[in-house]
Design a protein. Structure first.
Length: 287
């Protein structure tokens, strides 16, 4: 099997793993504080990442890479997990997954900013149309959904797009799994202290589903998923493999419906499909 095909397989596995993040977070925040969930998942993943780096005797990143690692940590280690955990206190995971359809677009925009590319005018047309669809959906759901939850989800998409773009750029030099591992290690001291400070008074009252949700986002969403994802980007190409993110809303909605018994309305499906089409169009004209 050639390198490109392997990259697509790794990227697909990464997207599948990420698709379970919002449903698992939704389950966890029913009993765990969102701040504790954010710092605990980062601390657990960070300890595992540190072990991996030590076992494989990876070379330390250079000083010029530290700023990028901090940006990645703020985007995907702290920003996205915290904002989504806060948002999922106000909206269902099925509702929030619609916003994930904008993640490839956010990644592309920050890729343009960081890479200095000049997309064609049609790129911005599709970008604005996709954003308008999401904003319109949020307004239509105004009586049953939460403006606060929607705003938090939009913020999560922005910081995650920045973290993805920065991580993809840095992975060309450091390697796929090394990037997320070093980003986790950079933030590890702060995350451990914060996890101790925000820990629940007692874990005895925390039920199994919430603990399983914490375990999933710690092991899979925060570390294992990124190992496959960044490896896929490095092997198959950022622009090509990055399009696999377009499948994430479908997988996420399916999980929300089957595992959490949440209602997935036709309007959610319609908006998700429309956003995916817009993002696909924007990707086509990104270069």
């Amino acid at each position: 099997m050639d390198r490109t095909a392997t990259g697509w397989i790794n990227g697909f596995i990464g997207v599948l793993i990420f698709s379970g993040s919002l449903p698992a977070t939704r389950v966890a925040v029913m009993q765990l504080d969102p701040v504790f969930l954010t710092v605990a998942r980062a601390a657990i993943a960070g300890i595992l990442a540190l072990c991996l780096l030590i076992v494989f005797r990876e070379k330390r990143p250079s000083r010029q890479d530290l700023i990028s690692l901090v940006v990645i940590a703020l985007g995907v280690v702290v920003g996205f997990p915290l904002l989504t955990a806060l948002a999922l206190q106000h909206v269902t995971s099925a509702h929030s997954i619609v916003f994930i359809g904008l993640l490839p677009l956010a990644t592309a925009i920050f890729g343009v900013i960081r890479g200095g590319e000049r997309p064609k005018p049609a790129f911005w047309l599709f970008s604005l149309l996709g954003s308008a669809l999401v904003a319109g959906f949020a307004l239509m759901q105004g009586l049953t959904a939460s403006p606060v939850g929607d705003a938090l989800m939009l913020g999560a998409i922005i910081v995650c797009g920045l973290g993805y773009a920065e991580g993809a750029r840095l992975s060309r030099r450091l390697g796929g799994w090394q990037v997320i591992s070093w980003a986790l290690v950079v933030s590890l001291p702060v995350m451990i202290v914060a996890a101790i400070a925000y820990r629940p008074p007692s874990f005895a009252e925390i039920q199994t589903p919430a603990m399983l949700g914490l375990a999933y986002v710690s092991l899979f969403s925060m570390l294992i998923g990124f190992i496959f994802w960044y490896r896929g980007l490095a092997q198959g190409g950022i622009a090509a493999v990055g399009q696999l993110q377009l499948l994430q809303p479908f997988f996420g909605l399916a999980l929300a419906a089957t595992l959490l018994r949440e209602t997935v309305s036709w309007s959610m499906l319609a908006v998700t499909v429309a956003v995916i089409l817009c993002v696909a169009g924007a990707r086509k004209f990104a270069k």
